[in-house]
Design a binder for this molecule. Structure first.
Ligand SMILES: Cc1ncc(COP(=O)(O)O)c(C=O)c1O
Length: 394
């Protein structure tokens, strides 16, 4: 059986290759220190787990979710209130809030909902893979905007050719940024709103990491900017802020018309979110937020141990101001290798796994990403393993 062309057009999913490498190493008895996937290693808050368990005992919650149901309405209100509290952005819970089965689902379906074969999507590269893979799956045309450290990993909008802009229907942005950990200030979003005005391009901001910020940095919502809602939407998730990655719940907010079309698309494809998970999400959004503060403290500690440790062994690396990722160039002595070759070497030689930069697009070549999902003790163990690789004669 031949798979569809749209599947063939997708780039190789590098995480599958890394998984295979890790499996091989583990079969040999290696204790792999795994900084690969951005899957939080800590549990959701206890009161959230409680809410899930309680709601799972209610028969009504076992039925299909319905937009006009009670928990569904309360969840949309909870999201709107959370947005107001976090960013001062006022949303109509009925038309400007749409819960998702994880934000990845919504991001992929956004491309499906809006892109025809001759529509371009503008995607900064490197990026979270579904930003570009969703475009390819939907049959749209992908235009990568390279983002580089010299420009703070922010896209240079003026560099996009006029003909491309004319054919563009969608643009993704995501700050704090995965995989680079880059951040932006509100003036960048203001510039984007000014640029996008009158161009009929949907601006989809992905604010997944807004809570995971350090050193006094405060993340902004794109929707804080006046005029943004004419074409702007914003994705968010409970996966990272509340360690609910496996629970599959996120949401998108902003322009009501765009959300309506996305909802229409989803209505043909899914039945919404398990109601017990919705109850748990309400508990997370409305409950005490000191859990988030404590979690961020822990990530900061891990970031400092890892980055200070990498610099101490001669791997020059900068501290990100946000996200739980550390994005760094392949050490100089291995710079002749591709990112995938270097990551293979790391796993095979010293049992440390990271994500190759090219897993996030071609402009990730020469870089790797550490996810801070191992505890401090294991980070230290990983560092002493990596030291062997950096000290080795090549
Ligand atoms: C930038 C970004 N957006 C979206 C997601 C997906 O999150 P969710 O678990 O809500 O699908 C991730 C997950 O790593 C991410 O890094």
């Amino acid at each position: 059986m031949q798979e569809a062309n749209r599947l063939k057009r997708l780039p190789l999913y590098l995480f599958t290759i890394i998984d295979e490498l890790k499996k091989r190493a583990r079969e040999k008895g290696v204790d792999v220190i795994d900084f690969g996937m951005g899957s939080p290693d800590m549990p959701a808050p206890p009161h959230v787990i409680e809410a899930l368990c309680k709601a799972a005992h209610v028969t009504e919650n076992h039925r299909y979710s319905r937009t006009d149901g009670d928990v569904e309405k309360r969840l949309r209100r909870a999201i709107a209130n959370w947005y107001k509290g976090r960013f001062g952005v006022v949303l109509d819970p009925e038309t400007e809030v749409l819960p998702l089965i994880g934000s990845k689902e919504g991001i992929a379906h956004l491309s499906l909902a809006f892109l025809n074969n001759d529509d371009i999507a503008l995607v900064p590269n490197p990026a979270y893979p579904v930003h570009f893979n969703g475009v390819i799956m939907a049959g749209g045309i992908l235009y990568n905007i390279p983002i580089v450290p010299e420009k703070g990993f922010l896209p240079d909008l003026e560099s996009i050719p006029k003909e491309v802009v004319k054919m563009a229907k969608l643009m993704f942005l995501s700050y704090p940024h995965n995989p680079t950990g880059a951040v932006c200030d509100i003036s960048f979003f203001e510039k984007v709103v000014k640029w996008a005005h009158g161009k009929n391009i949907i601006i989809a901001s992905d604010l997944t990491y807004s809570d995971i910020v350090y050193d006094g940095y405060k993340a902004h919502s794109f929707l804080e900017v006046k005029g943004s809602r004419e074409f702007g939407i914003e994705f968010h998730t409970l996966s990272k802020s509340y360690n609910m990655a496996g629970w599959r719940i996120g949401f998108v907010v902003g322009n009501a018309e765009i959300l309506k079309t996305l909802n229409k698309t989803k209505s043909y494809l899914d039945f919404g979110i398990f109601r017990a998970v919705q109850e748990a999400a309400i508990a997370a959004l409305e409950g005490p937020q000191d859990f988030v503060t404590d979690m961020v403290k822990l990530y900061k500690q891990r970031r400092d141990v890892l980055v200070d440790g990498l610099n101490a062994i001669g791997w020059k690396t900068e501290k990100p101001k946000a996200t739980f990722y550390v994005w760094t160039r392949i050490p100089h002595k291995y710079s002749a290798l591709t990112a995938l070759e270097f990551v293979t070497l790391m796993v095979d030689e010293v049992g440390v796994a990271v994500a190759p930069g090219t897993g996030f697009g071609e402009y990730g070549e020469g870089w790797v990403r550490f996810a801070l999902v191992e505890n401090e003790e294991r980070i230290k163990k990983g560092l002493s393993q990596l030291k062997k690789l950096l000290d080795a004669k090549v």
